[in-house]
Unconditional design. Structure first.
Length: 177
């Protein structure tokens, strides 16, 4: 569940402040707010679809790739602040959500419904913590231009946590050696 919280923190520490970021970093005119949010919404829908497909294909490598892509896109956004980068980050971030959900259900076995419910709670906690972390960063002078780096750091931390859990899952138990 910690991976879900971290991945969602990544998404919402950036997405909560997306319009002000696009206005200041990409010089997006306010008249284009709706189009920018539509593009992001399409990215979210595409990410959900892609995440479901990838989960059926190869779950663990897809999860690692999606977290890596989200982190890289967010880091690149810092240097190349463009709407396309934001959309790519959001596609990757929502692919991560579907992949994490599939991973948790697979790990839960017969308790899949309970685990799925807890994961939605983790998603909501990550939403709140991510928005809070972004606001805290702004309060401490980070500036809007650096929120993508904060979000990338959350994505990297989620990747490290997921990798550690994956290694722990595949390591033989003492009884097997």
């Amino acid at each position: 569940m910690g991976c879900s919280v971290l991945a969602t923190c990544s998404m919402f520490s950036f997405f909560t402040y997306l319009l002000p970021i696009l206005r200041t970093q990409s010089a997006l005119p306010p008249a284009q707010d709706s189009q920018a949010l539509l593009l992001c919404g399409l990215g979210i829908a595409a990410g959900g679809w892609l995440g479901g497909r990838l989960a059926d294909w190869r779950l663990a490598p897809s999860l690692a790739g999606s977290l890596s892509t989200a982190g890289l896109s967010l880091a690149l956004f810092h240097h190349f602040a463009a709407q396309q980068s934001a959309a790519l980050a959001l596609v990757a971030a929502f692919a991560v959500c579907m992949l994490l959900q599939a991973w948790i259900i697979r790990l839960a076995g017969s308790a899949a419904s309970r685990a799925s419910t807890l994961n939605i709670g983790a998603f909501n906690l990550g939403n709140a913590l991510g928005a809070w972390a972004g606001g805290l960063a702004l309060e401490h002078g980070w500036g809007l231009s650096n929120l993508s780096l904060l979000a990338a750091a959350f994505a990297l931390t989620a990747l490290l946590a997921a990798s550690a859990l994956s290694v722990a899952q595949t390591a033989p138990s003492p009884a097997q050696t």
